[in-house]
Design a protein around this ligand. Structure first.
Ligand code: UDP
Length: 370
């Protein structure tokens, strides 16, 4: 007899939502995580009274009504609006690309002037349908902005030339002809007051959670621990990498506590020149309008990924997509294991899309529509 109805592997967003809903339906659940804490990559840790985003900055934004309503049951969101700055050789520009950026770059004042400037630059390039990130960026914002604000940053971020990257990456970024520095176009945005960890802990209230536990070790000891398993770890790892390893881009973080109240005046500064080794500096207190006497900053470096490193961004190129499909075929044959989440599905999810996917999982497994 299985001990639990569900074993949930991974205490991140997906695992926590599933566990919460399964418990509400009267199912017995055990959540495990190999790390010594819950919350996955949205884990925040309080240091000097500041909630530090330990695995990189996470800014919640969504246009999905049901997702927004749901997260507000577990946290109160503040009115933070992400408006990062791009630093290039002593100059600062507003992001995303908007009239403030164009005005600073060329001295233009009106949208018509900005559009004319960009049109001239696009004409000089003679690009038709953009075939890669470089052509896509050039045809959106022209050569000047590409050289200063896209090329160096993107090549640091992905470790590849902009000509060898898909156009879709840059289409995530808004480009608008208004003086609006809001990085996102979504209807709702904010940071959970008190940190993401508290939000996940609330989802997991009343759920049995064991941290520092490896799935492999647990099932070796107790093969029939649960009737069903929701596996939110890497899908290739589940199969012992027998078909090959799915590749990721990784990140490295260097944090520092500074004895000053306000270091950079904004939560996120991108460093867009190639010569600066980090891609951005996060000053965590600004996500929650902190007034503490000290501040904590984190330099973020993009890094090549080797098996065993933290996986961050899936590399959805032809090789990895084909390999994922082969793992997917194995997964589809599993009777009692369901793969979910960012790592289970090898997807680059924004948080709201991860939550929407968790809702679908809840519906498939538990028959409840959230
Ligand atoms: N990007 C850029 N310059 C910037 C910020 C972003 O060229 O200052 C490009 C870069 O190619 C990046 C993509 O836009 O990979 C998407 O950026 P986003 O901020 O969405 O990346 P994330 O924060 O999710 O890593």
């Amino acid at each position: 007899m299985a001990h639990y109805d569900y074993l949930i592997v991974g205490a991140g967003l997906t695992g926590a939502i599933f566990a919460h809903e399964a418990c509400r339906q009267g199912k017995s659940c055990l959540v495990i995580d190999r790390r010594n804490h819950v919350a996955g990559n949205i884990y925040t840790e309080e240091i000097e009274g500041i909630n530090v985003h330990v695995y990189g900055a996470h800014i919640f934004h969504t246009s999905l009504e049901n997702v927004w309503r749901y997260v507000n049951c577990f946290a109160e969101f503040n009115n933070y609006v992400n408006s990062p700055i791009a630093y290039y050789k002593g100059e600062v520009y507003n992001m995303p690309f908007n009239m403030n950026t164009f005005s600073r770059m060329w001295g233009v004042v009106t949208p018509a002037e900005a559009k004319e400037k960009i049109a001239q630059q696009i004409a000089a390039e003679g690009i038709g349908e953009p075939r890669n990130l470089e052509e896509q960026a050039l045809s959106l914002v022209g050569r000047d902005i590409f050289e200063k604000l896209v090329k160096g940053y993107t090549e640091k971020q992905w470790g590849r030339d902009c000509k060898d990257l898909p156009a879709s990456i840059i289409r995530r970024l808004p480009c608008r002809f208004t003086y609006d520095n809001n990085y996102f176009n979504d209807r709702y945005q904010g940071i959970p007051m008190g940190g993401y960890t508290k939000m996940i802990e609330r989802m997991l209230e009343g759920v049995e959670v064991r941290c520092g536990v490896e799935y492999r070790d647990l099932v070796a000891e107790q093969p029939d621990i649960a009737a069903r398993t929701i596996y939110c770890g890497p899908i290739d790892g589940f199969y012992d990498y027998r078909l090959g390893t799915l590749e990721y881009r990784s990140l490295r973080f260097e944090s520092e506590t500074l004895d000053e109240e306000n270091h950079q005046g904004v939560a996120v500064v991108n460093y867009n020149e190639r010569e600066v080794p980090w891609t951005r500096i996060i000053e965590h207190k600004h996500f929650e309008f902190g007034t503490q006497p000290k501040t904590i900053i984190t330099r973020e470096y993009s890094a090549n990924w080797h098996p065993g490193d933290e996986p961050y961004y899936p590399i959805n190129d032809a090789r990895n997509s084909a390999l994922y499909e082969r793992y997917r075929e194995l997964a589809d044959k599993e009777g009692s294991v369901v793969f979910a989440g960012r790592l289970g599905g090898y997807k680059y999810y924004d948080m709201d899309k991860a939550i929407a996917a968790a809702f679908d999982l809840v519906e498939d497994e538990l028959g409840v529509r959230l």
